[in-house]
Write a protein that binds this ligand. Structure first.
Ligand code: GLN
Length: 487
């Protein structure tokens, strides 16, 4: 492997500016790395080599002309394969979209192209982003770069594995209930879910629209902060996107955190927590104390309901969002239907995988007349209580910390026949989506088998700068981020 691929985006940017390497060389090195190892890893559904090299060439031309480079220009990046990029297959890892080619760019893709960030390919995911282990992809499983027999976490497993294995330096994922933070923690990298509305979802294949957010993966907090800066901002094409100026997060990364009130979420520090994960979080608490922070205990009394609430709301929304895949407009259509109705039903029966079908059925049930009030409406009311818990918590603390997941990456297949066990993996991450607040996972150590552990940090809405600052300070007070998977 070209040694430069192990470097952070900041270091690679410097190397480009100093002409130690050209953007085309860097892109080619990354493509080569993907071709070398991805057979073992399964992180990519497809490559977008031409687009990547074309972009890299433009970067080199700019450098040759002595022009200023936009942020992250020339840094190899992967998109989760539920994000549209003109000319690329955008499959959502589903058979129903296997041959769907994007006719337009998602807003995030356009922003990356504008900043001359080479997009190398489309990363594997759980079908339609439904899952926690990436085993629900219709095409292939993703393996964890730290141990190929283990899951990378999901649903953005390909995005996380590709960065953790230095196939690319950066990637984007989507997080509806933890799909960025969980795989980041299982793969030992940084993954961040912004405030709901901070990043436009135009061109992201919708799963649960009141929860979905796009966010960055990187090997350092600084790189993640810079990537968020590139992709965030108001977009008239997404009515939920917030009309607020883009922030330069990197500017406040090194701010002193003396006196910062760090709340430890009580409910996530006890039941079902693995011993090694608990120890890692306790070490993190000690680390924050040394950095001058003030530790407070925080209770989120309604957190225990978050999985129940989420699996009603997310399935209800997905049953509605996925109604568009009917064999008429895009994607797969069954070859042998006798009439229109049969065309719809057969297309969907043949095109969707088992987990997606389960969710559509659960969601349709929760929305049906007679049950709507008992399930959907109740879940909405409970969602407000979860949000209120955070409002109270942030009166006493500036940020909240917890494990990103009670356990580290598990063996492939260990939970694939037990949907409930799989759903419980998201206990620490889901409530941030319900409340629309930003959260990230930062490397916080390793368990006895050498598998990465993630620390989750949450902040109030739109306090991304505070979140990155607290995470960066923790990252630099430790050396976990310098350890890379040996693949
Ligand atoms: N694991 C959760 C689910 O299966 C979250 C997925 C996500 O954030 N996209 O729904």
């Amino acid at each position: 492997m070209n040694e430069l691929l192990r470097k952070t985006a900041t270091e690679q940017s410097k190397a480009l500016k100093n002409k130690e390497v050209s953007a085309v060389e860097l892109t080619k090195a990354a493509l080569e790395r993907i071709k070398d190892i991805d057979e073992k890893l399964g992180a990519f559904n497809s490559l977008t080599e031409e687009t990547a090299l074309e972009t890299a060439k433009k970067v080199d031309e700019k450098i040759a002309r002595g022009e200023e480079l936009p942020l992250l220009a020339g840094i190899p990046l992967a998109l989760k394969d539920n994000m549209n990029l003109v000319g690329s297959r955008t499959t959502a890892s589903s058979k129903i979209l296997e041959n769907f080619v994007s006719p337009f760019n998602a807003t995030i893709s356009q922003k990356l192209l504008n900043n001359l960030v080479p997009i190398l390919g489309k990363a594997n995911l759980d079908e339609f982003a439904m899952g926690s282990s990436n085993e629900n992809s219709a095409f292939k499983k993703v393996h964890n770069p730290w141990d190929l027999n283990k899951v990378p976490g999901g649903s953005s497993g390909g995005s996380a594995a590709s960065v953790a294995s230095c196939e690319v330096t950066l990637s984007l994922g989507s997080d509806t209930g933890g799909s960025i933070r969980l795989p980041a923690s299982f793969c030992g990298i940084v993954g961040m879910k912004p405030t709901y509305g901070r990043v436009s979802r135009y061109g992201l294949i919708a799963f649960a629209s009141s929860l979905d957010q796009i966010g960055p993966f990187a090997r350092t907090v600084e790189d993640a902060a810079n990537l968020l800066e590139v992709i965030s901002g108001h977009d008239p094409k997404d009515s939920t996107s917030l009309n607020l100026p883009v922030e330069h997060y990197a500017a406040s990364l090194n701010n002193d955190i003396k006196g910062l009130r760090v709340g430890v979420i009580k409910e996530l520090m006890s039941e079902g927590l693995s011993e090694d994960v608990q120890k890692a979080v306790e070490n993190a608490i000690e680390c924050y104390k040394k950095l001058g922070a003030e530790i407070v205990e925080i209770s989120l009394p309604n957190l225990k309901h978050s999985i129940g609430i989420y699996y009603i709301l997310a399935t209800a929304e997905c049953s509605s969002n996925l109604a568009r895949f009917d064999g008429v407009k895009y994607g797969y259509r069954t070859p042998d239907a006798k009439n229109l109705l049969e065309m719809y039903t057969k297309t969907r029966a043949e095109g969707f995988g088992p987990e997606v079908k389960r969710r559509i059925m659960l969601g349709t049930y929760a929305l049906s007349s007679g049950y709507y009030d008992a399930y959907y409406k109740k879940a909405q009311q409970m969602r407000a209580l979860v949000t209120q818990d955070f409002v109270e918590a942030f009166k006493k603390a500036d940020i909240l910390i917890s494990p990103t997941c009670p356990n580290t990456a598990f063996e492939l297949g260990a939970k694939s026949n037990d949907p409930l066990a799989m759903y419980l993996t998201d206990i620490a991450t889901i409530s941030a989506n319900l409340a629309g607040i930003p959260g990230l996972s930062v490397p916080a150590g390793f368990d006895r088998d050498g598998m990465p552990i993630g620390l989750q940090i949450l902040a109030p809405q739109l306090q991304e700068a505070r979140l990155f600052n607290a995470a960066h300070k923790f990252e630099r007070a430790n050396d976990y981020y310098t350890k890379l998977a040996n693949i």
